[in-house]
Structure formats: structure tokens, C-alpha cells
Design a protein around this ligand. Sequence first.
Ligand SMILES: *Cc1c(COP(=O)(O)O)cnc(C)c1O
Length: 464
Amino acid sequence: MIEEEKQSNQTKMFADLNKREIFEQAKTYAFAYADQIPEMEVFPSEESQKLLQGFDEALPKTQTSAQLVLEQLNQLGGPNTIAQTGGRYFGFVNGGALPVAVATKWLSDFWDQNGGLSLTSPINAKLEMVCEKWLRELFSLPDETVAGFVSGTSTANICGLAAARYRLLKNAGWDINVKGLNGAPKIRVIAHQEVHSSVKKGLAILGFGSENIEWIPSDDKGCLDLNHLPELDALSLVLLQAGNVNTGAFDPFSEVCDQANAVGAWVHVDGAFGLWAAACESLSYLTTGMEKATSWAVDGHKTLNTPYDCGIVLCRDEPAMISALQATADYLAFSDRREPLLYTTEMSKRSRAIELWSCLKYLGKSGVDEMITGFHLLANRLAEGLKVHDFRIINDVVFNQVLVACETEERTKDTLANIQKSGECWCGPSTWKGESVIRVSVCSWATTKEDIERTIRAFVHARN
Ligand SMILES: *Cc1c(COP(=O)(O)O)cnc(C)c1O
């Protein structure tokens, strides 16, 4: 009986696959969604959000047809998405998704590759190597730099910090993989106050503890203030930032890296969205000297507009990175090939290098430059347009981030609330030097000049 049931279920699943209908159905929904994106409410209305209650149901006792599963998701789920693939979503630093990469993901979803090993996915292993090489070139990083393909910059930061911890202790005669943290020489973590919350999370996970961090003040732009940089030594781990999450500002890499390299300290750069400035001719001055750091974290899913989840850790100390992430010194016995899982905290993992490769191949060097420089130009256009309407622009728009305020904090908050309700565009709140501000991040390929004009009108309308 049970055998028979299993048979019939499986037959049904084969039918789902072979008849292609559910894929046509998904495609129809997806295209209808894409068609409505330009005029869709950027954030779901309260009415739409009520639809989510439709998911409050008991676990189905028996099978549901694939058609019904997709239908429910489309009807109740579609209206509860953020219009992130449109041109007027400026929340957090999210970025859109290039159509070519979404199509690539569709195709590779059919492949369902486990990207952990070259044995589990030769194509992913190959494309990781290609991306590693191309990223080195785009960011002008040293030849020995290796890359790990992870879920995002949060994880990339953890990988970089773990490699740093391994190396600094190893150089001090302490093998953390064998001896652990108890009684280890003390690593000096040196960070400025504007470090991203994901870095704090990584430091906590790795057992550094917030009280052990030597916090140094940041300047008025949100950069590390060189005047307060303490003397570094061979147990120092310095955390720098390419792209402050509020102002978009960049730390003084060159000076810090020179001091660090002279004494064998480690510099990790969190460049989630900002490292991409290095790939743009007119913006690369922002990242001058960052190539002298030891490790870097960057996202594909923000500025480059790959779909989620795509983060990259880059490190020029391969033995430290592999040893830290594998907790074994004899990693080379693993295989004589470059194995993707050696460079990440994961074993089984999504083959995200496929979409990353697709974006890089599609855009090429000049396309990456053009797209990202475009974000900068549009961010400036927005800032200038808002100034004309008497909004205050709080930051120097050096990259893609714009901080906006009205004449009073209360008016700023009301304006933001109205913007968020309008459905015309979406931005989030932030606090800068104690003041509530509106934070705008321009980082989607889909944002046009018209979107910027429309956003300016939405701001003006929301303030009144
Ligand atoms: C977004 C961001 C992170 C975290 O990256 P995820 O991809 O969300 O994990 C870290 N640092 C900065 C500066 C960021 O903007």
C-alpha cells in the first residue's frame, strides 16, 4: 500500500516535470510581475499585507497540487514583495538584479548544483576560478589573492576576520585550531565607530568581545580619523571600510595599510557595496591603497546587481584563510584542485558563482564601470534636485549614498513616513551624528533619470 502511494506520488512529480505546465505557469506569473513593476507600489499597502494571513494554515495533511502551490504564492505573495527590481527602491543598500543574471539563475536552478566541491559541480568550480581571476583584475588586487563565494558580506567579513585571527596568532606561535582561544595571545582589534553592524556581529561570533576592541573616533565624514590611529603591532587587526553605509565615505587605506604592513598587522576591508568604486575609472581614487590590505569583503548582490545571495571574501593570505575555515592544517590532502568549500564556512552551498560570472561576462569591464558610475551620477542628480527644493543634503555624495533632512527633525520624520506610505518610492531612516535623516541608496541598474525626477517630486509632495 505504502509502496503504491509512493509510486503514485512519484508519478505525479514526474508528470509535473515532464508536462512543463508549472514552469509555464511560473513564467507567466513572473512576466506579469515584471510588467507591473514600473507602476507597482514600491512597498505593499496595508491591504496587500492582509493577504499574508492566507498563509496561516495548518500543514497540509496530504499533497497539494503544484499548480495550487504556485497560484497561492503568486496571489498572496506577489503583492507582498518590495518592488526591488524596479527603479525607485532606495532602501538599505539593496541593489537590483540584472535580467541576464535572473535568467542565468533560472537555468542554473534546473541544474541544482551543490557548489561545495569540483566533484559536486565542475561548472561551479570552474566559474569560481574565472570569477576569482576577474575580480582580482577589476579591483586591482595582488596576484596571490584568492576568493571565497559566500552568502553575503556578513559571512565574507567572518571569513576574513577568522583568517586574520588564525594568522596573527600563528605568527605569535599559537595555533588556534589546536589550542583554541583560552590563554591565546591577545589580538588587538582596532576599529572606528562607524564600523558596520555585520562586522560587530562577526567579531562577537569569533569571540573578540566588544570591550576588547580599541575604538577610535571617526571624522565628520564617517571615516577613520588617522590622528587617532594607535601604534600598530604584529597582533593588530585593523578594520577599515570602503563605503560608509550612511555617507558612502571611504577610509584612508593607504596610510593605515602602510603602517600595518610595516609591522605585520592585518587589515580587513569591509567593502560590501563600496569596493566596486575600484572598478570605475572616475571613482577609483576613493579606494586608493586598499589593495595593500590583507582581506576584503564585498557583495555581488548590492552594487553589481547579481540576485541574492552573492558575497565574496578576498584574501591574499591563502594558507591563513583555508586553515581558519577548515580548522585543519593538512588541507592540501583534500585534493590537488581548487575546491570551493575550502574558502567558505559552508560545505554544501549554492553555486552562486554562476550568476556572478554571468553579470561580469555580460557587462565586461566597461559595463561594470558605466553602471556603477551611473549610480554615482544619479545620486548626485537626486541630491542637486532635492537641494533646489530646500532639502538639506547632509553628506558629500562621493559614491551612491545620499543623506537627506528637512529643516527640523520632526519634519524629516514626517516626510519619510509619507514617502514610505506613498508607494512612489521607498527609502529608510538613519541617524547621522545624532540627527534623524532619510537615507537614499542609488544602486539598481533599473533606476533611470525619470525615476530620479519622480522621486524628487515624491519627496516634495511628502513634505507638504
Ligand atoms: C550590507 C553591508 C554589509 C552586510 O552585507 P550582507 O550582504 O547584507 O551580509 C556589511 N557592510 C556594509 C558596509 C554593508 O553595506
